[in-house]
Design a protein around this ligand. Sequence first.
Ligand SMILES: [Zn+2]
Length: 432
Amino acid sequence: MAGSKMQLELSRVVQGKSRLGVLKGLGRTGRHSLEVPGCLLYTRFGTVPHLTQDTLHTMSSLPSVSQVTLSNIAEHQEVLEEFKDGFRRFAGLHDTVLYCSLHDPAALCPTGYTTNKTVSVWGSGGRIELTVAKFMALQKTVQPDWYQSMADGETWQNNTSRKRVRKSVDRTLAHLDECLLLHQKSQELEGVEVFGVVEGGDILEERLRSARETAKRPVAGFCLDGLQSGSMDQTLRTQLITALTKELPEDKPRLLQGVGRPDEVLACVEAGVDLFESFFPFQVTERGCALCFSFDISPDPERAGRAPPAVLELNEENKAVGETQQNGDRNRDDQTQMTSFEIDLKDKRYQDDFRPLVEGCGCYCCKNHQRAYLHHLLVTNELLAGVLLMIHNTTHYYGFFSVLREALASDKLDLLKRRVLGDGGWQTGRKE
Ligand SMILES: [Zn+2]
């Protein structure tokens, strides 16, 4: 494909699966890069929810790639066409690589609306049906650097029949071929990268077929769809990903859709995933919670700032939450439920808690405010609550990814897993 520049340079592959490296040559100029394992910047219509561009750019280690979704954009097609200058300029985004996906990972997508020729996305004004022609017309209007090909991903529910799963793989491949054909004819999309979508529900042979066939096409990378949180348990997800990534070329990135919980991220990296969508800190913010899990792998107690004393309390507090989640009947609604990686600041116990959200956290919120103040903002429905929580939660989450890469580089993945999963391992080496 003309102008294809995206390049994955792997510096390490741990135990044949966990990959450490850099995705280079991103953007139209090819100047941008993204470290893997890593995540994309989650946005709604180009904006990180709650944060202005000014606030956003005060934060460190922001991903260089912003994700926008057609579910947010499709209903504004006419305005964008009139604007003519692409979504990046329309939304006032400057120096970012733009990746366009089909669905918003943080929003529930109703099923039962795909046909052989169409898929549906849901915006604020309701359902919009997309044919490949409309999908590609949208891409030309958005002018992303990189987009996900159209896909029939309605097979994540665990009662989906084998016949339906097979149909979704066939349709997704047909959509991909059509997208590629239109892409190659389009001048506007010259140099833009396409990711093929791997479907196959929970059926191994369909997953393998989907991966094998997609890999034969001229795609820059792969989106792994239908494996999102709530659709299946982690053991099955790991088995499927481990098997299907063997069918994919080593030198192209794999982006897993709809998985964001730290424990699931770790397991999926171990199965061979490179990239994630970072909608999780946004969901945590929306429920009035703060991410507090520990990911400190430093042997140096001086750097223990990363491992907040709060974590001890967190693990005790949330034991019950974790248990319910593991045993409960998992469905997609789980995504809105509190996880064991966060604390609920609306809880009365925080009304006179004058500690920062996480001791030692360098974010604006933790440097300037205490839990008691956040509690107050939340119970009085102040908009600032969302702003401060989003600053902390995204900082904490991106910090976790950077330590994850550090752990892969220094053979400390097991230590990191113990920290994140909170089996008490975090106590060692932290004694005063
Ligand atoms: Zn913080």
